[in-house]
Design a protein around this ligand. Structure first.
Ligand code: SF4
Ligand code: MG
Length: 325
């Protein structure tokens, strides 16, 4: 296989009483070993649905992966049985969420939940699994790990819960970590701590990370490459430095214009993507042409009629826009 993870022409939709919502229309990207890929876009652009598709967590009804492939080390995850996918999840590929309570069970201690990962995926005995759980808490710099291991999620602060969730996600040394807005719900000081922790753990574990965020500061600090999504499609992709230095797509340019001091660690200057003007697209009625047409300052007649293709620019930079032939 060529890449650690290869998402190819993924199409995921939701069929509801209101009609069919095309959450992900055509998404392709890849990740290599140890690399951090930033997946950015405003809420509803399909980034979370993309990650849930990778994790095998789209459930019918109402969700459905209609077409595409998600190859992990060359094998298409979409062809695996639910039992096979359960083995991949948490062991080879794991995920952390914005809200730790999504993955932490309120009725079990933190230590027991992390130990469970070793028991299920590594068939360890109780004592050994517990010791490894405490060791994991230490590696994520949980204060008083022995004591915290005996506590329940509600006894921990938000930042500590995030550390516990990261410990659980990394317990089995996965090859890919998917982090869906891991710092969004935290206050800025704790955000910075969690980002620092993730940077350190990346060195320590060498895990490839798919960082889903609408915080461009996080992307600038963490991502080697970035994929920008809009209305369920990739509109721009490339090396973070190249995309930030010369954004091509009008949407990306708008995003970056709304960020005052990019790449600098400024706790107050973190900018969010909702600042791009215009109305968020309706996924039930996507226009035939470019979805960004209603908000685009550079829209031309062709934009309304024809969907632009994602085309290769120099050195791996890709853009989906009629401005670039
Ligand atoms: Fe704007 Fe047209 Fe490019 Fe879409 S294709 S981003 S409407 S210029
Ligand atoms: Mg989301």
């Amino acid at each position: 296989y060529e890449h650690l993870l290869e998402v190819e022409r993924l199409q995921t939709r939701f069929e509801t009483v209101d009609g069919i919502a095309q959450a992900v229309s055509d998404v392709s990207f890849h990740m290599d070993r140890g690399e951090t890929l930033g997946l950015v876009g405003e809420s509803g652009c399909g980034k979370s649905v993309t990650s849930l598709s990778i994790m095998g967590l789209i459930r019918w009804p109402p969700g459905k992966i209609v077409s595409g492939a998600i190859r992990f080390k060359g094998d298409d995850l979409l062809q695996l049985s639910p039992a096979e996918m359960r083995k991949v999840r948490g062991d080879r590929i794991s995920m952390i969420f914005q809200e730790p309570m999504t993955s932490l069970n309120p009725v079990y201690t933190i230590g027991r939940q992390i130990a469970e990962m070793f028991r299920v995926h590594r068939q360890m005995g109780k004592k050994e699994a517990h010791d490894r759980a405490v060791e994991m808490l230490r590696r994520v710099q949980m204060p008083s790990p022995v004591k915290r291991a005996r506590e329940y999620p509600h006894q921990l602060s938000g930042g500590m819960r995030q550390r516990a969730m990261i410990a659980m996600a990394l317990a089995c040394d996965p090859e890919i970590l998917i982090a869906d807005e891991p710092t969004t719900a935290l206050d800025v000081t704790i955000q910075a701590q969690i980002i620092d922790l993730m940077l350190r753990l990346r060195e320590d574990f060498g895990t490839a990370t798919l960082m889903i965020t609408h915080d461009l500061g996080v992307v600038a600090e963490m991502a080697d490459r970035v994929v920008v999504m809009y209305a369920g499609r990739v509109v721009e992709a490339g090396q973070t430095r190249a995309v930030f230095k010369s954004p091509q797509h009008p949407y990306t340019r708008g995003l970056l214009r709304s960020v005052p001091r990019l790449g600098l660690r400024s706790e107050t200057g973190r900018s969010r993507l909702k600042e791009v003007r215009g109305i968020v697209p309706n996924l039930y009625h996507l226009p035939e042409g470019c979805s960004f047409t209603p908000r685009c300052p550079e829209a031309m007649p062709v934009c309304k009629e024809t969907l632009p293709r994602l085309t290769d620019q120099e050195s791996g930079h890709q853009v989906r826009c009629h401005l670039y032939g």
